[in-house]
Design a protein around this ligand. Sequence first.
Ligand code: GLC
Length: 533
Amino acid sequence: MTQYQPFWWQTGIIYQVYPRSFKDNNADGIGDLQGIHEKLGYLSWLGVDAIWLSPIYPSPMVDFGYDISDFTDIDPLFGDLAAFDHLVQEAHALGIKVILDFVPNHSSDEHEWFKASRSSRDNPKHGWYIWRDPVPGGGPPNNWLSHFGGSAWEYDAGLGEYYMHTFHTTQPDLDWRNPLVRQAMYDVMRFWLNRGVDGFRIDVLPFLVKDENLRDNPLNPDWQEGAPYYLRIFRVYSENQPGIHRLVQELRQVAEEYSDRVLIGEIYLPYKELVRYYGDNLSGIHLPFNFQLILLADWRAEKIKDLVDSYEATLPVGAWPNWVLGNHDNPRVVSRLGPGQARVAQMLLLTLRGTPTFYYGDELGMHNVKIPPELAHDPQEKSSPGFGRDPARTPMQWDSTLNAGFCSPAAIPWLPVAEDYLQINVEEEKADPASMLTLVHELIGLRKAQPALHSGDYIALNSGTENCFGYIRKWVNQAFLVILNFSDQPRFFNLPDEFKQGRIVLSTYLDREGPVGPVKIELRENEGLIIEV
Ligand code: GLC
């Protein structure tokens, strides 16, 4: 029996809000805190336990808030500290936790720290960022590449030095080897924890420590023209370096100064390396994000079963799993898998063992929106055309009014609204008993009500049915069988003995309930079922 530790971040469901795109309250076409406030009732109805807000801090918005010019304030676009405090208070009153994005790897070049750092080599803050002399004869210190194109080094002619930027030239990397930087950033965490935030999602956590000697990264021999330029090298020396786990422990210690807070890490690493972020004896972060369902190229039952089983087998004792289906950096799940499989994917997400994280709008079946080049905003689109993230960041679709209720009809939303918003929106889908939103709402309701689903053991089955995946979730004397058909053909599934008298409680089609057949059960194409005994 799995040890039962009912922290809210274990039994709960996390919902990612991309604040620019959630709800605009002041008619400037950009979402804001007041807008989120307005929609807390919806989030509470949906049944989510926590919201994670992508960055809301002052920012020149080159990387849409991930370039921060003040870590301890709110950008006027979104509101102010009073509006933030009010939001936290109201969310808490509804039983919804608030998780902020913490972006420790870099600041904006407009941050006071960086302005001081680049003012002279003698400035006390010079060593807060990573500065190096050109190599003899000129040129950047090594071959590392920026995620947003070109070298990861930018020359400052005034200083005669290069500074490192893993992302945009306007996002200089802080030097986490400098104890003063660490203390300052821990104080940033405390600033928000003191205001009552329930935890952080930590941006690009494995990037904080770089190779001490800044060695060249090896070239990727498989890189091809057209793929994002930064993938030309393997990040052997620029990511996941020795020393990172000691830092992770320090971050955890800051969280431990408070009660019941959670640390979640953005980490794109294979399981073996990923689970190290739980730390020795679970002294690291609580939830290293598990992105494998997003990254899986081959959405087939065998592959998904392998993923789940290898994750379960790799987790350290007592470590709590988690699953993510979408976020602001990746194509939306409907666009990756199609609408039929997106429903199966939601059933998978909400019945696997581990904390599920939703991306706003995925509960409606929102899909990527094609953004005409002249409307593109994302720096990644500019550096790697075709790989931009704007298509997955379009305004939330609330209703059938112009601009989908995201902003006033008179305003111009910062990104275009999907053309099919008349069908795909909260108001329409709430009223439709077969909609994606109804499915997600029922799945969440079931998960929350049933300990087997939020806390039970996971038992994999070898179904023997092509492209179908079945597993059992068990808790004391309660058990659920989940069977998922990943194909677009009907399939027969052999029921395990204990489920032959079972009852269907939910189909992804939302049209059947009741006793199962005696031996086999037919799954329609793209159908998932939850069966209870
Ligand atoms: C993370 C964020 C992404 C951002 C990058 C740089 O990967 O999720 O949106 O561009 O960090 O901060």
